[in-house]
Design a protein around this ligand. Sequence first.
Ligand code: NAD
Length: 468
Amino acid sequence: MSASTHGFLKSVDTVFDNAAKILKLPEGLANQIKLANATYTVRFGVRLRGRLFTFTGYRSVHSDHREPVKGGLRYAPYADQDEVEALAALMTYKCALMEIPFGGSKGALVIDPRDWEESELEKITRRFAQELAKRDLIHPSQNVPAPDMGSGEKEMAWIADEYRKLHPTELNSWACVTGKPVNKGGIAGRVEATGRGVQYGLREFFRHEKDLKLAKLEGNLEGKKIIIQGFGNVGYHAALFLSEEDKAIITTVIERDGVVHNENGINISLLKKHMMETGGTKGFEGYQEAGAEYLLNDCDILIPAAMEGVITKENAHEIKANLIIEAANGPITYEADKILDGKGVVIIPDMYANAGGVTVSYFEWVKNLTHIRFGRMQRREVERQNLSIIEAIETMTGKSFPSNLRNNVMQGPTELSLVRSGLDDTMRIGYKAISERFHSDANIKSFRIASMIIAIERVSESYGSLGI
Ligand code: NAD
């Protein structure tokens, strides 16, 4: 179903309007922040299978109060201008909320990647990249795309390569796009980053007793029953980390071609293997020919991680979860949001919940500009210092340091451990700010509005300092 039938952009804009009202933002400034600065539509032909195919792509720049602007490139057959502008706006608010120094942008290519061979996708992507790069809509200091639904490392590597061909002498050319493979200027931990961010976000939520009570939950993530929709990049990684590291029980995975259900917990790695081998969920233990109705089942936490507009005024009344974390962008329409708020359901909003991707993209961009792997300078020096401390303890106590702890204590930081640390820190600080703001003002009725208020304040401060 087309995203625009759910009024994705209208949903985002209405949340903005409600937050701006609480902030008493002057109308002129509110409009300046809210409306997309520009949306570029490109139609281009590619010769494939003995004929010419025409493709449509978009790149929307929502706000360039900070540059570069940042946001994914989605490959989806139903993408349209409304959707791209809504996603670009969310990027502006997300970056402001999480203190990532970027403006907001988003792009899409109207295509179902499953209809094309890899070599064909490469040709199409390279041509799309040329069209965008020609107009500085791919550029290390102006506009930096990343993966989103339907695109991944491969596409980002083709885009980077195409940009580098157009600008062979540009020193910072790798920084033109993020989400690249590590051997093409990428960063360790980027592929998993959004799912990892969902995990860190949930962990931080569980550290806030007051908020936990609002969701009628207690304890930690262990044993909590989770339903997850969408088993792609974001959904798979979130499910994997929450089940393997936090001992949460993933009871249900809702995919495009069916549902996998197991009250005792699905083995996430095995399901992934099955999907890689067969292309779908069919045939896996617990498979059922069913769909989105499973969003309505009993669980502690619901994680929509597929696409926008899946929880609407038609099904919101029947949602049983008391906590929803929006791993996807815009999975709950504005009307559904009101219904869920009325029912007391706690919603951790998309602009926070899925910010792990852009956070680690920011680290990748910084890595590309500094031309050095994180940890390269300090890792062995930290190890040397830690070893001295271990030796001093051994000398002072006359006992040898426990061998099972020795490696852990000694280890210096690797790029991956630094990326995780930076992401964890960003998710903790972001959540604290939202929770504090939510509890500080009785007019603020949801975490979504609290998040939006923080974002608007930061963007308007930035405009203010530009004299706008
Ligand atoms: P993806 O293409 O890797 O995975 C999406 C998955 O959802 C696929 O497995 C697909 O089969 C499934 N799906 C699609 N429609 C469905 C439906 N109606 N019901 C059930 N399953 C369905 O995409 P992704 O990168 O994981 O992105 C998912 C969501 O997360 C999107 O809203 C995206 O904007 C958001 N997001 C992604 C990133 C990122 O880093 N990839 C970052 C931030 C936000």
